[in-house]
Write a protein that binds this ligand. Structure first.
Ligand code: MLT
Length: 271
């Protein structure tokens, strides 16, 4: 009857947790019903764009050699990815979402390797029943999808080199903001939540958040629609700007332009 342990403690059905960088996941014992992987600059934005533009699937791999071996000489496979934000020599595509146009990717499968993002996706699959791919482009679509789940939900920020990154946590916050709005919660407030606990009543329509999730939510409220400002504020955003990749920052900062939610299953990301 009580297959969800959270329900034993409070009258809640979902706990939203945000991990600010992927390596922290290895030591966690929790299993998650669903995880949303976020690498806004740029892996998960690129994957979402590729699939939106008719790509048949994206195979995330961790290493460059592994990617080359997998792709072999198959003409239907495109090799994509970066190291230090720059296209890997000999690959068809880098990691700019702008390269993944319909003319290039429609009907193709892409083998993708990136510094942080593709590894985060594979790691998430070890801990979560369902792995979704999120970014600012599909924040509302991801939030809508999360309505179908309960239990422990993880928003996994890829981060950069084992460190927190502003743009991924901002996207986690935006997904939470959209999710709470869908639950008719305009403003999350800890004080109101405590009062609901006291009354042993439903806590925010059955949702609780860890402190990092609350911080991300507040970050999204702070930047609000000025997501491009946040990307320029971020260290990786600065690096891309130095490499003259301004157009990528503008593109990756767009909110709710896509209604697709890519899913990673059996080694491949599809919609
Ligand atoms: C990553 O996976 O680290 C990123 O997507 C790097 C980038 O291409 O900007």
């Amino acid at each position: 009857m009580f297959n969800n342990p959270l329900k034993l403690l409070y009258n809640i059905s979902m706990k939203l947790t945000v991990l600010p960088e992927k390596t922290g996941l290895k030591k966690l014992k929790t299993s998650y019903t669903a995880a949303v992987v976020l690498d806004i600059l740029r892996a998960t934005t690129t994957i979402t764009t590729a699939l939106e533009n008719g790509c048949r699937g994206v195979i995330p791999v961790s290493g460059v050699d592994e990617a080359r071996q997998l792709a072999g000489s198959n003409p239907n496979l495109l090799l994509g990815g970066e190291r230090s934000a720059v296209k890997v020599p000999g690959f068809h595509l880098g990691n700019s979402p702008l390269e993944y146009s319909a003319g290039t990717v429609r009907g193709k499968v892409v083998v993708l390797t990136t510094t942080n993002g593709t590894g985060a996706i594979k790691l998430a699959a070890q801990k979560a029943g369902t792995v979704l791919i999120g970014c600012l482009l599909n924040a509302r679509a991801v939030a809508e999808k999360l309505l179908n789940f309960n239990g422990q939900i993880l928003l996994l920020c890829a981060g950069t080199g084992g460190n927190f990154s502003l743009e991924d946590t901002l996207a986690a916050g935006w997904i939470i903001k959209e999710f709470l709005a869908l639950k008719n919660i305009d403003q999350y407030s800890g004080t109101a939540a405590a009062e609901l606990h006291r009354q042993a009543d439903d806590v925010y329509n059955g949702v609780i958040m860890d402190d990092m999730a609350v911080a991300c939510y507040r970050l999204a409220l702070y930047y609000n629609n000025k997501t491009l400002d946040a990307l320029y504020d971020s260290l990786h955003g600065q690096k891309l700007a130095q490499l003259n990749m301004y157009r990528d920052l503008i593109y990756c900062s767009k909110l709710n332009t896509s209604s697709i939610v890519p899913i990673y299953r059996d080694g491949i990301i599809t919609i």
